[in-house]
Design a protein. Structure first.
Lengths: 332, 332
DNA sequence: GAGTCCACTGTAAGCGCTTCCGGTAGGTGT
DNA sequence: ACACCTACCGGAAGCGCTTACAGTGGACTC
């Protein structure tokens, strides 16, 4: 079922069929009608491959992310897909987590899209540079800039500063940080911002982070270690909400009450955070994805736009886990 | 940068370059070496479009789902992507929620993939049939079967039966159901199973479901309506966890305690459910996606396999919201 | 009534690859 | 020394579309 059969059936050339179908060029009304009639009858749909090859574009964008397990990435991807679809692009996804040779997978993906968004520390700077070097329009998401690439991140600095100010106001002075800053680039920024905020206020930051993976059990385990320290930290600042939720479990396990015995705060404001009463930093995840999709589209259309950088605002969400406050029963 | 340039540079034909690159056909070791050397030097990557056109396959699969907002779909997609990538396929995603003319979007997607998974009530049976009629290998997910298509679902019946048995054991007899069974096909199954389970046990099911969208605010609003009924229902069975979380908020708003004044149960076991103490039904979401990807691959490889149907097992997770039980502090 | 235009349509050249088929050269057997 | 393989390679035909360019015929003008 190709354009040839349609053309033959109608008794015109394939050029005319193509024109009738895409309303490009001049086609007599009657001819168009006949073509569309046969198209309908044969249920003909032009091959995307043929089109793409001829047009020299895929009409598709890719997004690379570490994982989809937390709610965080899902939201970003949804924002991305929404805008991309609106702009007429299909979306290809690639999760790198746990894959062997993610760099190769990314390069592979690059062969099937017009542009791609790369999120977090999914692949090395080298791979990013390699992708960009092919002329592929690329936007970086929640990741430090590489070269002259568009980059959109969220504001770890401001939120960390605000978070710390709040915790200091509660009177806490001994902090621990849970999470591995080397594992994820946005988390690196969070950790750095956390330290900087403490130093700014004249408080000595913890010697080192309590490294752990970004899930609940790892957070729990790390919190157990942290809480075993002497003197016990007064506040656990966690790299993300999953880790913080693990920390809550750890506190309960140790018979410590939150926030009386220890304060715990997270980052991201995932849905569970609300029900756990977790103080956290809300990230504009949807907007992150949407921005990436929009920028990508712009850059695909016009490759020599000036480089864009944007830092999206975050919001401190105060619940009960950081100290005596009324439960916030907000409706999302 | 095409295969022609590589061929010219090496001084061989494009056929030889192609063969060297894909290790098909016979190429002298020395020739292959020279080809690969130039390929490396020029950083040549064959055009995926050219390849696909020549091979007659996309090496990509698509997945259609309603939304990505809840944790439920994200998990399914992750399971799907993981297996698909392993099998060498790229993954295209399409969220239909809130889109105009999802049918068209699905048909569009169908032009760029070798097979597709369609989830829930994203598009009408007609569109599904239309896709299938093109010969596109298709797998249905959490959705009633259409024609002779492979279908994988989760076991609403068994879980509903178990859930109802448990609630009856608590002594509840007046139930309300929250959620719109017409909105999502897996939820239709849940509602039907819920009613059937009650009838089986000789209890009269509610006249009608308390219809609402599948998010927290809608659940809250619906629960307010349900709890205003007289006599007040003793147990609210919710279409999914988000609705149930909303119901918890509603109970709190009305000054009712859970489970003393009213029991509330959900469906899916999203992360927040654990922290809300919500009794719910755990769904094997990851496995759902993975199964779809695997079946699709099989069917792409061999189009006349027998039709496959599978119902994945679910698991009742009892926490506190349904009645007096110790809090389950399971580690995922 | 010849020349001009215009509206429409067809021809054909790509787009970048895979692969069938046939050709060549060197090696082997007798 | 001749036929015959075998290993390797190139030519060329697709795959299904878009679009620049070149007609072609009828309506219109002077």
């Amino acid at each position: 079922m190709t354009i040839y059969e349609v053309a033959q059936r109608v008794g015109v050339s394939i050029a005319t069929v193509s024109r009738a179908l895409r309303s490009s060029g001049e086609v007599a009304g009657e001819t168009r009608r006949r073509v569309l009639e046969v198209v309908e009858e044969l249920q003909f749909r032009p091959s995307r491959l043929g089109q793409s090859l001829a047009e020299g574009r895929h009409a598709a964008n890719g997004i690379v992310f570490p994982d989809l397990s937390g709610p965080y990435y899902a939201e970003v991807i949804l924002g991305y897909e929404e805008v991309a679809a609106e702009l007429g692009s299909s979306v290809l996804i690639l999760a790198t987590h746990g894959r062997t040779d993610p760099g190769r997978k990314v390069l592979d993906l690059a062969r099937r899209v017009d542009g791609m968004a790369i999120m977090g520390r999914t692949v090395s700077d080298g791979v990013v540079a390699q992708v960009a070097a092919t002329g592929m329009p690329t936007v970086l998401l929640a990741r430090p800039p590489v070269g002259e690439l568009d980059t959109v991140t969220t504001d770890s600095d401001a939120s960390a500063r605000e978070l710390i100010a709040h915790l200091l106001a509660h009177g806490y002075r001994r902090f621990a940080y849970l999470g591995d800053p080397d594992e994820s680039s946005d988390v690196t920024a969070r950790y750095d911002a956390f330290r900087a905020a403490l130093v700014d206020r004249g408080v000595r930051p913890p010697r080192a982070p309590m490294r752990c993976a970004f899930d609940v059990p790892a957070g729990q385990e790390a919190a157990l270690r942290a809480l075993a320290g002497s003197p016990r930290p007064q506040a656990l600042v966690c790299a993300n909400d999953e880790v913080a939720l693990g920390a809550l479990a750890a506190a309960e396990q140790l018979g410590l009450s939150v926030p009386e015995d220890v304060a715990i705060v997270g980052w991201d404001d995932v849905m569970a955070a609300r029900y756990a009463g977790l103080t956290t930093v809300r990230q504009p995840m949807r907007e992150l994805g949407a921005t990436a999709a929009r920028w990508l589209q712009d850059r695909v259309a016009n490759s020599h736009l000036p480089v864009r950088r944007e830092v999206l605002r975050t919001q401190l969400v105060i619940r009960t886990s950081c100290g005596q406050h009324p439960i916030e029963m907000e409706v999302p």
